[in-house]
Design a protein around this ligand. Structure first.
Ligand code: ZN
Length: 92
């Protein structure tokens, strides 16, 4: 993470819209970088200086994927077929 990348994240960091990953990146970087600490302080004192995102994007809600269910169904069918084959073999 370099200063340019951190400065891009800082506005969303201030507005608490950054991801947990980004927040920890920013905080790690602030520990070692005076320049970005000052940049953050400036933005905090002048909230109007925070560039507004052009479009608000809602965080994606994780959905249960149909593919997972399909995988379980396929696995179930596989097990049934296997048991059927074993049954036939045992029966002779
Ligand atoms: Zn920096």
């Amino acid at each position: 993470m370099n200063c340019e990348e951190i400065k891009i994240i800082i506005p969303s960091y201030i507005k608490h819209t950054a991801t947990d990953q980004d927040i920890s990146k920013v905080e790690e970087h602030l520990c070692i970088c005076d320049s970005c600490r000052q940049h953050l302080a400036q933005l905090m004192n002048k909230p109007s200086a925070i560039p507004m995102p052009q479009k608000e994007t809602l965080p994606e809600i994780p959905m249960k994927k149909d593919t997972n269910i399909l995988e379980y169904v396929m696995l179930g069918i596989g097990v049934v077929v296997l048991l059927f084959v074993v049954f036939l073999l045992i029966k002779g």
